[in-house]
Design a protein around this ligand. Structure first.
Ligand SMILES: Cc1ncc(C[n+]2csc(CCOP(=O)(O)OP(=O)(O)O)c2C)c(N)n1
Length: 207
C-alpha cells in the first residue's frame, strides 16, 4: 500500500487554493502551479509504492509531489506562503526540491549510491520536465544509474515546453532522446497539458 490516499480532486483543490492565495499578493515569491497530470502522478506513486523510506527530488513545480509523499497539507501551504514554493524541502518527509534547472540529477544519483552502499531500504525518485530531461547532467545521471544498477528512477513529465519554448523545436525530434534506448529502464515518461501558465497566474500580481 502506498502511504497516501489522495485523490485527483485533492491535488486540484490544493493548487486552486494556492492560486487564490497567490492572487491576493501575500506570497512574495514565485509559484508554479500544475494541473493535468494528477492521474499520472497518483498512478506512479501507487505503482512504485513510493513510501516513507523513499526519497523524492523535484524542482519548482512540486506541490503535488510533496502532498503525495506525505507532507501534511497545512505544513506545505505554510511553506508556500512563506515563499518556498520553488525550492520545497522537507527533510523529515524525504522531499528535496530546487528551483535550478539540472541541479538535482547528480544529487539523486549520489543519494541512490549511498542507499545501495549502506544496504538501506529506500529508493530515489526524481521528477522533472521534458526540457530538464534534455540537459547534459540528466544524460550523465541516467547513464551512471543504469550502469551501476542504482535504486533511482527519473520521472519525466512532458508538457512540451520549457517556460514558453517548444522543446521539440529546440531539439528537432518528436521523441525524447531516451526513447527506444536501454536508459528507459530508469525512466518513467508521460505527456500532459498544463492547465496553468508555466509560472504564476498569467497576470501581474502586485504586492
Ligand atoms: C539554471 C536555470 N536556468 C533557467 C531557469 C529558468 N527556468 C525555470 S523552469 C524552466 C523550464 C524548464 O522546462 P522543463 O524542464 O520542461 O520544466 P516544466 O515545463 O515542466 O516546468 C526554466 C528555463 C532555472 N530555473 N535554472
Amino acid at each position: 500500500m502506498a502511504v497516501h490516499h489522495l485523490t485527483k480532486e485533492d491535488l486540484q483543490n490544493f493548487e486552486k487554493e494556492i492560486a487564490e492565495i497567490f492572487s491576493t499578493g501575500v506570497i512574495r515569491a514565485p509559484v508554479h502551479l500544475r494541473s493535468g497530470r494528477e492521474d499520472q502522478l497518483i498512478k506512479i506513486f501507487q505503482d512504485e509504492q513510493i513510501g516513507n523510506d523513499d526519497w523524492v527530488f523535484g524542482f519548482w513545480d512540486s506541490h503535488e509531489l510533496a502532498l503525495l509523499k506525505g507532507v501534511p497539507r497545512e505544513e506545505l501551504k505554510q511553506a508556500i506562503i512563506e515563499g518556498k514554493s520553488i525550492s520545497l524541502c522537507f527533510p523529515k518527509y524525504n522531499v528535496l526540491c530546487s528551483g535550478i534547472v539540472g541541479s538535482l540529477m547528480g544529487t539523486a544519483v549520489g543519494a541512490a549510491w549511498a542507499l545501495k552502499r549502506q544496504h538501506k531500504k529506500g529508493r530515489v525518485y526524481l521528477f522533472c520536465g521534458d526540457m530538464s530531461a534534455e540537459t547534459g547532467v540528466f544524460h550523465e545521471a541516467v547513464k551512471y544509474a543504469v550502469n551501476f544498477g542504482l535504486p533511482v528512477k527519473f520521472i519525466v513529465c512532458d508538457n512540451g515546453v520549457s517556460v514558453m519554448t517548444n522543446t521539440r523545436e529546440v531539439w528537432g525530434s518528436e521523441d525524447p532522446w531516451f526513447k527506444g534506448t536501454k536508459y528507459e529502464s530508469k525512466i518513467i515518461y508521460f505527456k500532459y497539458v498544463n492547465g496553468y501558465p508555466h509560472s504564476g497566474l498569467g497576470k501581474l500580481i502586485k504586492f
